[in-house]
Design a binder for this molecule. Structure first.
Ligand code: BES
Ligand code: ZN
Ligand code: ZN
Length: 483
């Protein structure tokens, strides 16, 4: 589906169907539908289709970015089922014009995402084009240029979300670390501004990435360290993203129970988001230097598997007591964060489906932000708010730090307490952050929202591309402040 902004008013545009948004404020203004609304007892809930006049009425409760996304998503979800080729709609502005158009574009594009590769019968949508007119539902004024920037940005972000979702939704049988490396290489092949380097197990051995290698040992698929980079000529900041790319997490010898193992193909969500972030940064030509480091491996069982009781010497030289092989993400990240710090980043952000505890603590909708720099955490939180992703800051404290101490090594890969598991995992990672980068690092635990088991708002079943939009929003805010 194509998205287009048209400076004409909605009445002057030709299309098969018109979308009309109904809010508490404008319901009385929509006089031509008065009878219809009375007939259906419509008080601004859901949708009504006036088949005779080809108008789809869609309710919007509040005016904010999330409601705009949901309204466009709902409208297009309904229209996608119709046998029509073009639709037109007014626009809805809340606060920032660009962000509002980003929200409209995202909502519209999210409506047509479907992972149907393994279905014999594919749902097909007939809609070719949505034209967003300059008619604003509350008669607000704005410039066409801002509208166009917003739509273009929203289109790139939403399409990159689909790219990320396809990776995460892909099955573990085919989506191996080698496949992830191939996808990274393809990004660089298609876009000359992106450089991709792939490192194999020999490199990991040479680099003494023993924690990463231990996790991979029982897998028949070799591991890969993926390094993507993009550098704008006017880059003022170097930002490094690090992603957990567990193409499958069985738990290893500390095997997951069957019910918990199911869905663990989505343990590559952090890595997939990092691929998407670099792709989006390049497509948007942002004035920044960005790197994406992904540790891609499976966590499997076998005679060769690493064991609870093992001690691993990580790339940073920190020794790790393995007490649970299911706490594998932090081991892979420990070595990847070490490699990432050699790039001397101004900001370093890791993304990972790291703990079940984060899902228990925050619910399925919210990601945890951790780190040592309160201002950086708060800035990230503020930036994420308008992105459509929920986040919250989780603070470290000295008592929780005590819990990852080991009797025989520098640190244990699990906490000695049942409580506070999301934060103790963050504290574990902190052990691998050198003092000069302590204040430059953020850890994002996206375990909750990365995979949708029960659809909510504009999120359908499966991968959600968690992490991508909030990180992009943070980069936009960085660039605004660096001007
Ligand atoms: N990949 C899981 C975390 C996870 C759990 C993500 C549920 C999404 C949904 C991670 O590797 C893991 O298994 N963590 C353990 C850590 C524990 C053994 C200390 C967990 O959270 O149970
Ligand atoms: Zn695990
Ligand atoms: Zn995992």
């Amino acid at each position: 589906m194509k998205l287009e902004f048209n400076t004409k008013k909605i009445e002057q545009i030709k299309a098969d169907v018109e979308i009309s948004f109904v809010s508490e404020k404008n319901i009385k203004k929509i006089t031509k539908a008065k009878e219809l609304f009375t007939l259906y007892n419509f008080k601004g809930d859901g949708t009504i289709f006036d088949a005779q006049n080809k108008i789809l009425y869609v309710s919007i409760k509040e005016i904010d970015y999330e409601s705009i996304r949901l309204a466009f998503f709902t409208a297009l979800k309904t229209i996608n089922k119709l046998n029509i080729k073009t639709a037109k709609s007014p626009c809805i502005i809340y606060d920032c014009v660009v962000k509002s158009f980003v929200a409209m574009a995202e909502g519209a594009i999210f409506s047509s995402y479907d992972f149907n590769k393994y279905k014999s019968e594919k749902k097909e949508t007939k809609l070719d084009k949505l034209i967003i007119s300059s008619t604003e539902i509350n008669d607000k004024n704005f410039s066409a240029n801002e509208a166009k920037i917003g739509i273009q940005r929203g289109e790139i972000l939403a399409k990159t979300c689909s790219f990320v979702k396809d990776i995460v939704n892909e099955i573990p049988q085919t989506y191996t670390p080698l496949k992830m490396a191939q996808d990274a290489q393809n990004l660089a092949k298609k876009d000359k501004k992106i450089i991709c380097k792939i490192y194999d197990e020999k490199f990991l051995e040479k680099e003494k990435m023993n924690a990463f290698l231990a996790v991979n040992r029982a897998s028949i698929h070799p591991p890969r360290l993926i390094h993507l980079s993009y550098k704008s000529k006017n880059a003022k900041q170097r930002i490094v993203f690090v992603g957990k790319g567990l193409t499958y997490d069985s738990g290893g010898l500390s095997l997951k129970p069957a019910d918990y193992m199911l869905t663990m193909k989505y343990d590559k969500s952090g890595g997939a988001a990092v691929l998407g972030i670099i792709k989006a940064i390049s497509e948007l030509d942002l004035d920044i230097e960005a790197h994406g480091i992904i540790g891609a491996t499976e966590n499997m069982i076998g005679g060769n598997a690493y064991k609870p009781d093992d001690v691993l010497i990580s790339r940073e030289g920190v020794s790790i007591e393995v007490r649970n092989t299911d706490a594998e993400g932090r081991l892979v990240l420990a070595d990847c964060l070490s490699y990432a710090q050699d790039l001397k980043p101004d900001i370093i952000i890791d993304l990972a489906t790291l703990t079940g505890a984060c899902v228990v603590g925050l619910g399925e909708y919210t990601s945890g932000i951790m780190g040592n720099n309160e201002k950086l955490q708060n800035d990230f939180y503020e930036a994420s708010k308008s992105s459509g992703e929920y986040t919250t800051v989780l603070h470290f404290n000295p008592h929780l730090r005590e819990l990852v101490k080991s009797n025989i090594a520098d640190i244990s890969n699990t906490s000695s307490s049942r409580y506070g598991g999301a934060i103790t995992a963050g504290i574990f990672l902190d052990k691998f952050i050198r003092s000069e980068f302590k204040d430059k690092w953020l850890h994002l635990d996206i375990a909750g929202p990365a995979y949708v088991e029960k659809s909510w708002s504009y999120h359908s079943f499966g991968a959600s591309a968690a992490g991508l939009r909030m990180c992009m929003s943070f980069i936009f805010s960085l660039l605004r402040h660096k001007k």
